[in-house]
Ligand binder design. Structure first.
Ligand code: PEP
Ligand code: MN
Length: 266
């Protein structure tokens, strides 16, 4: 597949030196206190570049917590002001894009369910026209490389050059150790098709539990991925979403400390 992406290198808009980009924060913004206190602990680790929090949550079944909504954007803003961390959230509609940008969210991402739907991706892309904001595109829930690249192309054609991909694993009928099968070969194929595209890994949604996180995070580093997005909550045991896979900020720092990083090519 021909690479048609025009990419601004990650280092030119967020230089993390020889360290991987680390995006961390709760699966969902739940309360102002939960988000802001988690953000302070994450910032204090000195390991985190960007605070993540889901404001609008795509849930598989109705009737579950579907995100706190727009008010959470104010909490993200406060977290940023108090900690200096950049902020990121998922956008799934044009309205989400407009609201997130108006609230000063620094980085947007397209979720796995949205990436699987070209109409949705195009709506997001249209809302991004003329805007200079970094956007990460998660792989679609199904293992379809063209759909992933197609979504990246739609966002890129809207003028977004600060673009990256998030490898979060793929839904499968087989029950395995993972919540979403990593299918590393798809990440390799993406890297081969788009050599200049930054790819980061999402161990949280691959693993579905915190015990496996270090192995997947290390594997991503061994594969030369440029960063990690990991869910972190001040008290994972009471998290409203994805409780089993979230880690405390202290556990996140330990996980990152234990990573063996590849030496830069000399
Ligand atoms: C998330 O990052 O909270 C999320 C909903 O992820 P995904 O789109 O990968 O399921
Ligand atoms: Mn989650």
């Amino acid at each position: 597949m021909k690479n048609t992406l025009e990419i601004t290198p990650l280092k030119s808009w967020l230089d993390t030196g020889d360290k991987p980009l680390i995006i961390a924060g709760p699966c969902s913004a739940e309360t102002e206190e939960q988000l802001v206190s988690t953000a302070h602990l994450l910032a204090n680790t000195g390991k985190v570049n960007i605070l993540r929090a889901g404001i609008w949550k795509p849930r598989t079944r109705p009737g579950e917590f579907e995100g706190i909504g727009s008010i959470g954007l104010e909490w993200l803003k406060r977290a940023k002001e108090e900690t200096g961390l950049l902020t990121a959230t998922e956008v799934a509609t044009a309205k989400h894009v407009e609201e997130a940008l108006a609230a000063g969210v620094d980085v947007l991402w397209v979720g796995a369910r949205s990436t699987a739907n070209p109409f949705t991706v195009q709506e997001i892309a249209d809302a991004l026209q003329g805007v200079d904001v970094p956007v990460f595109v998660k792989n679609p829930v199904n293992p379809d490389l063209s759909l992933w690249i197609g979504a990246l192309e739609r966002i890129n054609r809207a003028g977004i050059k600060k673009l990256g991909a998030i490898h979060r694993g793929f839904s499968s009928y087989e029950k395995t150790a993972f919540r979403n099968e990593p299918m590393w070969d798809l990440a390799i194929q993406l890297k081969t098709a788009c050599p200049n595209l930054p790819i980061i890994n999402d161990p949280s949604h691959i693993c579905g539990n915190r015990e496996l996180l270090p192995y997947i995070a290390q594997k991503a580093m061994d594969m030369d991925m440029q960063g990690l997005i990991i869910e972190s909550h001040i008290d994972p045991s009471v998290a409203w979403t994805d409780a089993k896979q979230q880690v405390t900020p202290a556990a996140l720092a330990e996980l990152i400390n234990h990573l063996t990083l590849r030496k830069a090519d000399s």
